[in-house]
Ligand binder design. Structure first.
Ligand SMILES: Cc1cc2nc3c(=O)[nH]c(=O)nc-3n(C[C@H](O)[C@H](O)[C@H](O)COP(=O)(O)O)c2cc1C
Length: 235
């Protein structure tokens, strides 16, 4: 091997365009280990379900911290990390959120949702009643930052929906991996969350995730996931 290439491989950092780059030290596995790990992870994630009956058993804040930190490892357009995770355990705030969410959901179920939508929701057995918003020990409300206000100056964010969507996916994965449950809740329109949580003008509510243990009596609809054949096309 060329000496210069050897030096390059051993170097921990280098400067490109005036910016420091650090050597990638992520995991590398043998094919066998990779097969095993990917199968195990699929089996773990295939057990994930949206659970709407949550117990009120408390969860330590340090665990919520870690889940949010994990979500915040998500990739984002130009690394803008355009998300804010509001974690709420305060009982009176959860009650306020439940009242406001149920008001919107009552309208949605009784007047706004077309028949086809209501029909599609039938297997989920959902309605406007949302007790999980107070039963869950924590609510995480994810806000997207439409633009950046870090230095009190408006700066662009890029691919905000994609970035925040990926962060939410990682959060849901982390919640499941920790042995907890959640449900992606969208009591639209969700502007009431901006008001209740007093968020700045650059933030928009994106997703509400109650986090807790599954209640002992929790059931999930017997839904089927599409087969690999149906969702993947190989070229
Ligand atoms: C963007 C999004 C919004 C959702 N909104 C709601 C909601 O407001 N209320 C609810 O009970 N479930 C909601 N869900 C959960 C879906 O109904 C659920 O993911 C789907 O039925 C599949 O079930 P599973 O998550 O158990 O696989 C939402 C899911 C997503 C991805």
């Amino acid at each position: 091997m060329l000496d210069s290439l050897k030096i390059e491989i051993m170097r921990k950092t280098k400067i490109i365009n005036g910016f420091k780059h650090i050597k990638y030290t992520g995991p590398k596995y043998t094919n066998e280990t990779m097969e095993q790990k990917s199968l195990e992870f699929y089996e773990l994630m295939n057990q994930r379900r949206t659970i709407r009956d949550l117990s009120n058993k408390p969860i330590k804040k340090t665990i919520i911290d870690r889940l949010i930190q994990t979500a915040s490892t998500a990739p984002s357009g130009a690394n803008k990390q355009p998300w804010t995770f509001c974690a709420i355990s305060c009982v009176s705030l959860k009650k306020k959120i439940r009242i406001a969410a149920e008001k919107e959901e009552k309208e949605n179920y009784n007047h706004r949702m077309p028949d086809q939508w209501l029909n599609d929701l039938k297997p989920m057995a959902t309605d406007w009643f949302k007790p999980f918003l107070v039963d869950a020990p924590w609510l995480i409300v994810v806000f997207k930052q439409a633009y950046d206000l870090d230095h009190n100056e408006k700066q662009n964010n890029y691919y905000v929906n994609e970035s925040v969507g990926i962060a939410c996916g990682i959060l849901i994965t982390a919640i499941h991996q920790a042995g907890l449950v959640t449900l992606p809740h969208t009591p639209s329109p969700m502007n009431f969350l901006t008001k209740i949580l007093n968020r700045p003008k650059n933030e928009r509510p994106y997703l509400l995730l109650p986090v807790g243990y599954a209640a002992d009596h929790a059931y999930a609809p017997d839904l089927k996931r599409k087969s690999l054949r149906k969702v993947a096309i190989y070229y």
